[in-house]
Design a protein around this ligand. Structure first.
Ligand SMILES: Cc1cc2nc3c(=O)[nH]c(=O)nc-3n(C[C@H](O)[C@H](O)[C@H](O)COP(=O)(O)OP(=O)(O)OC[C@H]3O[C@@H](n4cnc5c(N)ncnc54)[C@H](O)[C@@H]3O)c2cc1C
Length: 287
């Protein structure tokens, strides 16, 4: 037996210190926040349709220790704060990046949480700390059909992906929002049917799952993108894998948020949740 080499603590990337340059109310429950400024000059966009950044929220008055390169030292920030006051991070899709400005679209989902309420009240000049981008998925150009399913949180990523499809692409995009006042114009090829479904006073994701399950068979292979509330994403994954035979490599699927849990709570259980789903797929003979 050999001694394990001492583990070096992972250094957190320094955040970009950007600022709000404008905001726009896109729908009843979606606010666009465009961020920019000199602090974003070094930001390099990723090529992927699901590219996202993590926005870092610090408690008011947090000291700002700097690294040797003059950038904010998030590790040092963390070490100065008590456990209950640690920075909070939230993921948001890169809706666009041009001329040094990053466009992010936020679901405003009520008074709870950090990011939604922040976006609702965002003002020009407000500081925005962000890290990234991450992401790894784009629609497969060789797919015979495309399927997009998600709620409002996935709408920015679905919008980006639809814009990137070839003009002759075919398929369906099913998007669940609260009501007609939450729909926004989307640009999609003629052969891709965009269908809005409304949650109304129902359970989030129920209408989405039912609508996707009722779609006609699609030409194979299908490239599918399914994101949104974790419970409905799980149902959709089960349907697409078991009933439509979509293979894992053709499916981008994950819960962007979890009903009844904040992001910290959801991230703490996400790994076990995923592992349970994967085990059930193995038990069902899917690999
Ligand atoms: C890769 C990735 C990309 C994402 N892109 C986007 C994006 O572009 N736009 C976007 O709006 N979201 C996006 N999300 C989802 C977003 O990160 C979560 O919804 C996040 O939890 C919101 O943080 P919060 O501080 O507002 O609420 P939290 O503090 O996390 O949660 C507070 C409460 O609000 C509920 N809640 C959280 N999100 C929603 C919601 N969307 N609708 C209704 N209730 C909710 C929670 O269940 C909880 O009860 C993305 C997530 C990931 C992982």
């Amino acid at each position: 037996m050999t001694d394990a080499a001492p583990q070096k603590a992972k250094t957190r990337p320094a955040p970009f210190v950007a600022e709000v340059v404008r905001t726009e109310q896109l729908s009843a429950t979606m606010v666009r926040v465009v961020v920019g400024g000199p602090g974003l000059t070094a930001f390099e966009p990723a090529p992927h349709a699901d590219s996202y950044v993590k926005i870092v929220f610090l408690p008011a008055g947090t000291p700002r220790p700097l690294r040797d390169d003059g950038r904010l030292d998030l590790d040092a920030v963390r070490s100065t704060l008590p456990p209950e006051n640690q920075p909070r991070q939230r993921s948001y899709t890169v809706r666009g990046f041009a001329d040094g400005e990053l466009t992010l679209d936020f679901v405003v989902h009520g008074d709870e949480g950090v990011a939604g309420p922040w976006a609702e009240g965002a003002q020009v000049g407000d500081e925005v700390l962000l890290v990234g981008p991450g992401g790894a998925w784009s629609p497969d150009p060789t797919a015979a059909a495309h399927l997009f399913a998600g709620d409002a949180s996935a709408l920015p990523a679905i919008a980006v992906a639809l814009e990137r499809l070839a003009p002759d692409a075919v398929g369906h995009a099913v998007i669940e929002v609260h009501g007609p006042e939450d729909e926004i114009p989307l640009s999609a090829p003629h052969g891709v049917q965009v269908r809005w479904v409304h949650q109304g006073f129902g359970v989030p994701g129920l209408a989405l799952v039912d609508t996707v399950a009722a779609l006609p068979p699609l030409p194979e292979p299908v490239s599918a993108f399914v994101h949104g509330e974790a419970g409905s994403v799980r149902e959709l994954r089960r349907h697409l894998r078991l009933e439509r035979g979509i293979t894992r490599d053709q499916l981008s699927v994950s819960g962007y948020w979890r009903l009844g849990a904040d992001d910290e709570g959801w991230r703490a259980t996400k790994r076990d949740w995923l592992s349970t789903i994967e085990q059930s797929e193995v038990a069902a003979g899917l690999v």
